[in-house]
Structures are given as structure tokens and as C-alpha cells.
Design a protein around this ligand. Sequence first.
Ligand code: GLC
Length: 531
Amino acid sequence: MTARPWWQSSVLYQIYPWSFQDSDGDGIGDLRGIATRLDYLVDLGVHAIWLSPIFPSPMADFGYDVAEYCDIDRRFGTLADFDALLASAHARGLKLLLDFVPNHSSDQHPWFVESRSSRDSPKRDWYIWRDPAADGGPPNNWISDFGGPAWTYDARTEQYYSHAFLKEQPDLNWRNPELRAAMLDVLRFWFARGVDGFRIDVLWHIVKHADFPDNPINPGWDPAMGEMHRVFQLHSTDQPEVHDIAADMRAIADAFGREGDDRVLIGEIYLPVERLMRYYGLAGEGVHLPFNFQLIDAAWDARSLARMIAEYEAALPPGGWPNWVLGNHDRPRSATKRGPAQARVAAMLLLTLRGTPTLYYGDELGMTDGVIPPDRVRDPRELREPGLGLGRDPVRTPMPWDDSPHAGFTRGEPWLPLGGDWRERNVAAEADDPHSMLALHRALLSLRRAIPALAVGAIRLLEAEGDVLAYEREQDGERIVVALNLGHDAAPVALPAGQPILSTLRGPLPSSAPSVLRPDEGLILKVDASA
Ligand code: GLC
């Protein structure tokens, strides 16, 4: 029997490199800055970090528009800085994952410059070019995720190219074998340098229907949803051919892995659970972890959460390892959605469910969405469809380290304003408070490290009544119960006899299993062997 791969018992931590720590005073985070904060992450207790893109980029979409896949953007540092960061992470026992962006490159990438130079260019077919429709308009009705047509006309060669996102992010053509080989070589380049895995950007987007049919119109569309939802992305995403490509990526990851040094692939996929599961591969040859984003938008009531957990667990293929995400650089923060008290309950949920959790930087402090004055908006999503609440700048504000000017993030002017409550809510202040959100995260992460039942044990739902959600985790006879009060009133609960070991609330722990959870209380209980 082979040992369990490290990523199953790990907690991943997402760093948004623009906003974590600046070292050179330009107001933008960088790799040397991150390196100075690794000890913070070790103390926090996470096992691996994932860096959003750090590659050379014109930053039309903040690095998700890559102009060179095998180098580092000078804003963030150099390849030497990267190697140093990786070595320091590894020296501390931290794994490091990069962000692979396979659906599109930047329009400044030399491949695209060459591709658009002429219809006969050897790289023409590395991107997706189509003739205009009969009326001269775009080839079909596909809409960019950032609004507007997913096609831009190139006057010089009189064809349209496709872009699922900005026109500065032309879609790569994964049906072209040379492009496919070149992109797979990118994975090899970084694996050979020692990275422990990748988060794969919009994996379900990377192959389009070969005939480019119109997408079906969404009859329930409302402009407030954003223009992309005007059609269903039936033909522009989630095509069967994607799985073959994911399997190629997986084979590369597996070839670089060694026992105890497995490499992991995590797919960014926003799809309903049944379709999400397919990304594990029919025989486990897909990505290791198709991201499970359900908690982000989950209705906050016990029955729907219980149903969601049960259905997800039941849908997992044999050998498929679960995972959970509460926040990321694209979605509103947990503390904004649920308020400070329930954000603590949500953190306990994230870190005690079965599966690999991903924690978004700053959520461990209870950071809320920042307020971005109109003249400081940077996100193209907001600039293109303003006022719908789709902008992502509010969740990308600088990490507040202390209450010094600019929160210890930079000695210059931060690229985005600091979040509103950074003077009270920062690492230094929370590190001194044994009941802070940071302290709660440290406690949860240290319990996960100490108790195998919490890290990798089986899960069994116990109760989903009113505001109370309770479940048990079990491993080798050791039983841990997690009971969460999702409401602001006290709630009765039926718990087995046991010893409370952590509460989301301040003050002393109950001395034995209580029959009532206090308002906003999440409680972890070690079940008595006799119970
Ligand atoms: C992913 C990223 C998002 C980016 C988009 C296009 O969804 O998470 O930030 O804008 O892909 O690359």
C-alpha cells in the first residue's frame, strides 16, 4: 500500500501575490515579500501555498493574461527570487503550488503576436480564428465572461479570434497538437524546478465545440446577473475532449511525483456537482482535486448544508478525494457574506469537513470586502460592467500585518486601498488576542494536525435541525463531533458524551457536552470512548 499523498491531509492557503507583502516599496506585493512571511504561514499551520499568477503579464486581468509562461513578472521578482522562495518554503515544510493558465494567453504573448501576423503564420492555429458570419459580425453568439462578444475582429487578417474573457486574453487552441505540446512543456518546466503542483485556471473552458454552434439563450436572464449569463455556455465550455487533456496533465504530474513528494493538480471548475465529478477522470486519471466551490454560495441553513455535504460525498467517484473552498480572489469574502460571528462558524465548518480545504489569504483574520472608491477601481470585470457588484477589487485588498502606515504591507502607496478595519483587524493585533479569528484558525489548524480523525477521518452527518448542523469525524476508533449553531439564538443539540476541545466563542469551554449551543457557537467535542 502506498502512503497517503500529502495533499489529502493538508490545508492549502491561497496567496494573491499583488496583495500579500511588498518588499521594494512599489505598492505591489512580490516574491521576496512573500518569503519574509513564510514563518507566519508556518505558525498559522497551513501545509501548502498556492500563488495566483506571477508570470510576465501586461496585467489586463492581473496576471491571468500571461505573456510568457516560463518566467517571473518583474513586479514580483526574478526566477532567482522564485527559486529562493521555493527553497525557503520547502525548508519549512511548506509545499508551493503555481497557477497554470491554459485557456488563454495575453495578446502580448509572442505566440499570439505571431498568430495574428498572418493567416499563414505557423502559429495561426495555436489560437481560435474564425471567419465572420454572413453579415460580417462575430461567428456565433458566444459571450465573454466579462461581458460583450467572445470574439474580436482582426482587421489585418479579416478574421475573428475567440476570447472567453478579455480581448487581451485570446483563447489558446488545445486542438492543435503543437500548442498542446508547448503548453504541457510549461508544466514540465515548473515541475522540474520543484513546484509541488498547480491550480489550473478555468479548466472546464479550455476546449470549445469543434463546430462553434450558437449557445442556447437563457430565458431567465436578468441584466443584473451580468451579460455572460445571457446564454448558457453549452458549447463553449465543458466539452468531452477536455478530459483527455486533463489526463495528459495528470500523467506529467504523476511522472514527476515520488512517494512522499507527490505533485498535485487542482482544477478551477464552476459546474454542478454531477459534471464536476467527471474531472476526477473516469478511472482517476483526471485532476486530483476539482475545486468544490459550493460553500462560497451555500444557503446558510443546516438542512441545505447537510444535503449539500451528503450529495457531494455521495457523488465522489471511488478514490476521489473531497475538497472545500470558502473564498478566493473572485468571490465575496466569507466575513462579508455572513458577518463576524458566523464567519467563525464557517471557518470551523471549512476546516473540519472531510477533504482538503483551501483558505483564502486574510480570511483567517476575518477580513471583509474593501470599499474601493470609483477612481481606484482596477478590476476589468468592474470596469466593463460597473455597478452590478461583480468587481473583485474588494476581495483583493492588501494583507494587513500591523497598524503602522500601510499596514506593514508596503512602504509605498498600496496598489489598492487597505480594507476599512485594518487598524484593528491585522495580524499583529490578532496575534495578541487569544480569541481572535486568527487564534481560532491557528487552533483549528493545530487540531487538524494533531487529530487524524479531523484531517482524514470518515464523516457522518448527525443532525440538521433548525440552526444546528452536527457531524462526526472518525478514524481508527477516535471520534470527534463538530456541532455548529448557524443562528444568533441559543439552540438545543443532542450530543454524545465527550470533552469539548474548541469553541468559536470567547470564554471558558463547557466542561462536558452541552445540551444547548450558545448563539453563534461552533463546538468541537472529543467523544468519550464509552459513548
Ligand atoms: C479565473 C480566475 C479569474 C480570471 C479568469 C480568467 O476564473 O480565477 O481571476 O479573471 O479565470 O483567467
